[in-house]
Design a protein around this ligand. Structure first.
Ligand SMILES: NC(=O)c1ccc[n+]([C@@H]2O[C@H](COP(=O)([O-])OP(=O)(O)OC[C@H]3O[C@@H](n4cnc5c(N)ncnc54)[C@H](OP(=O)(O)O)[C@@H]3O)[C@@H](O)[C@H]2O)c1
Length: 331
């Protein structure tokens, strides 16, 4: 199929800088795969911005089209689990990393990556969630599965205005948890309260610089999206038998901790990876996000943009930590 389509295209220059442009590609140039999807919506995640700026930890080879999320309709399939015209979504796996991603009008992927759009979600809503929302839901799932219940006490969400954080705040509040939002944005308190946070803590108060092995235990649970010293402090301030989930690294990939939270307080540190999350967890979780866990998606500060605006504005904004809520890309 030599049909042309529009895509964001990132190339690496000889001096290792990268150039981004929106251009025409042809369906023949897409990777092989079982399902060709006409993308209607994608969304912007922190990882996409890294891929779009030449970060080799995310994308090894350029030229490349980023976009770890895509929702659309099946345009062609060799796998009979799917039908042409059916609404589907893809998040994670290798999409947008080293497989041409969702910042394009078409993707072609293995059938095992494809999720049928759950009833109760539109294509646009599925991308308001996107990987960020799915990661928040997976974090909540792991915290709950470990034993966190609302009556155990306050739950801290760090990076609360970001994509993962904002869905995390809204979902935990919906499920009856007492949510404390940690944020670096003084102007976002009303937004976070509207999402359901009862208390807001400025980011600088989330880091305790002392050599004390433990701090006073406050959190029954923590949904951390930033890592670094904030996660270190959160672990020290988690109550006896509390639970801390860890999914992100915007503050730092380093974690300087000691064993005391684990051996004196029995704290559980729960790793969250939404990329390779198996379908046995992924499918029921998407179903819940479309039904009993469905948050009021209109409350998330969602900007909708086209590929050109994504390229010119939003990629830089998310890298500068200025993201507020979600950015949905309309193809
Ligand atoms: N493990 C997985 O499967 C998985 C999946 C998705 C995302 N992630 C990771 O999760 C993290 C969050 O992703 P996202 O899409 O929510 O990103 P995002 O929309 O950019 O949000 C990150 C938020 O963190 C806060 N922040 C920014 N810079 C910071 C800094 N230097 N120190 C402390 N806090 C800072 C900001 O919120 P405030 O201003 O409110 O503090 C920002 O809005 C990223 O590291 C991403 O790579 C992991």
């Amino acid at each position: 199929m030599n049909q042309k389509f529009t895509a964001l295209w990132v190339t690496e220059n000889s001096d290792k800088t990268v150039t981004r442009q929106v251009l025409e590609r042809s369906i023949d140039e897409l990777p092989t795969g079982d399902v060709l999807i006409k993308v209607v919506y994608s969304s912007l995640n922190y990882k996409d911005a890294l891929s779009a700026t030449g970060h080799k930890g995310v994308t090894r080879k350029y030229p490349h089209t980023p976009g770890i999320d895509a929702a659309g309709t099946v345009a062609a399939t060799t796998d009979n689990r799917f039908q042409v015209g059916e609404s589907v979504l893809v998040t994670g796996y290798d999409l947008g990393m080293n497989t041409a991603g969702g910042f394009a009008e078409y993707i072609r992927v293995p059938a095992n990556w494809v999720v049928k759009l759950p009833q109760g979600l539109t294509l646009q809503e599925s991308m308001i969630y996107g990987t960020a929302g799915f990661t928040a839901a997976l974090s909540v799932h792991k915290l709950q599965h470990a034993g966190l219940t609302p009556e155990k006490g306050e739950v801290l969400v760090t990076g609360a205005t970001g994509g993962v954080g904002s869905v995390g705040v809204a979902l935990l509040a919906k499920l009856g948890y007492h949510v404390v939002a940690g944020t670096g944005k003084a102007s976002s308190h009303d937004f976070l309260k509207q999402l359901g946070a009862t208390t807001i803590i400025p980011r600088e108060e989330l880091v305790e610089i002392s050599n004390r092995p433990l701090s006073k235990g406050r959190w029954a649970g923590v949904l951390d999206t930033v890592g670094g010293d904030i996660l270190t402090t959160a672990l020290k301030s988690t109550k006896y038998m509390g639970y801390v989930s860890c999914c992100g690294l915007v503050a730092s990939p380093d974690l300087n901790t000691n064993v005391y939270p684990f051996i004196l307080r029995g704290v559980d540190l729960l790793g969250v990876d939404s990329v390779e999350c198996p379908m046995s967890i992924r499918l029921p979780l998407w179903q819940r996000m479309a039904s009993d866990w469905k948050i009021d998606l209109t409350q998330l500060m969602t900007d909708e943009c086209d590929l050109a605006t994504l390229n010119n504005q939003y990629i830089d904004k998310i890298l500068q930590g200025q993201a507020l809520g979600r950015v949905v890309v309309k193809l």
